[in-house]
Design a protein around this ligand. Structure first.
Ligand code: BG6
Length: 254
């Protein structure tokens, strides 16, 4: 608390919350992109926020990503009975970054249960529909995701995420040409919060988060400032957990 006051982070939290129209912003000191200790601290702060809102029989939906992997590691055992599900399936990520992986790690740390979405990547909307129609287990998990009490997710830079998901150079250029700077849950957003491209998948949509009780975004590092503004401007977000480096840069662009 002393460190936060010393750095003026409490004022910055309030300023960003009001400008980004969020319920709450939590800023940890330092730069989590440059400093491993700050990175772990970001994970701990997000895990702390999560624990404050956990109720009995809560369902938590999680995204993938390296940030969420750190959050999952930082989570502590909960007395509440919780189930963790991936927020969205099959976005074309490496296994350790997949939402399924994060969900299983977080469930183990919480002492809760998890359900997986086993969906191959790159399917058409039509094929996804056919799978959902024919697979009752998948339908049930999809239903749990839609009714999650809490969503906690990462935010990525549009270019980095498109490249990481092995899109062709042409596809990356096309997405960036539409003005995409930020990404969350496979949704690419412009700085103004317009969703300009969506990866085909099953699960939560960024423009349909009203039914989720609490939506927590976790992202740090000054390079993610534009992405943070883009995704929070798309709406549906309640809490942002970030670091000082990102927060100070965000302040210059809003
Ligand atoms: C992805 C999530 O897995 O990770 C995205 O689906 C998020 O919503 C991204 O933007 C962030 O990744 P990282 O590694 O920068 O935390």
């Amino acid at each position: 608390e002393y460190i936060r006051l010393m750095h003026g982070l409490t004022d910055l939290e309030e300023e960003l919350a009001s400008k980004l129209k969020l319920k709450r912003v939590v800023i940890i000191p330092g730069d989590s992109e440059e400093d491993q200790a700050a990175r772990r601290e970001l994970g701990r702060a997000a895990a702390g926020v999560l624990s404050q809102y956990l109720g009995n029989n809560s369902t938590i939906a999680v995204s993938g990503g390296s940030t969420m992997a750190v959050v999952a590691e930082a989570v502590q055992a909960s007395a509440a009975a919780v189930t963790v599900v991936p927020a969205r399936g099959g976005l074309g990520e490496e296994v350790e970054f997949q939402a399924n992986t994060v969900a299983s790690v977080m469930a183990a740390k919480l002492g809760g249960r998890y359900r997986m979405l086993h969906i191959p990547d790159g399917l058409s909307e039509k094929s996804l529909e056919i799978i959902l129609e024919n697979d009752s287990n998948m339908r049930m998990v999809a239903d749990m995701i839609r009714h999650a009490d809490i969503l906690i997710h990462g935010i990525g830079q549009a270019r980095e995420m498109a490249v990481r998901r092995n899109m062709s150079e042409a596809a990356v250029a096309e997405i960036l040409a539409t003005g995409a700077v930020g990404e969350a849950l496979g949704h690419y957003c412009s700085l103004q919060g317009e969703i300009v491209y969506v990866t085909n998948s099953v699960g939560l949509r960024l423009d349909e988060l009203e039914s989720i009780g609490l939506v927590v975004a976790v992202a740090g590092g000054s390079d993610k400032a534009q992405a943070i503004v883009a995704v929070t401007s798309a709406g549906g977000q309640s809490v942002l957990v970030t670091d000082e480096a990102a927060a100070r840069r965000v302040r210059t662009i809003i």
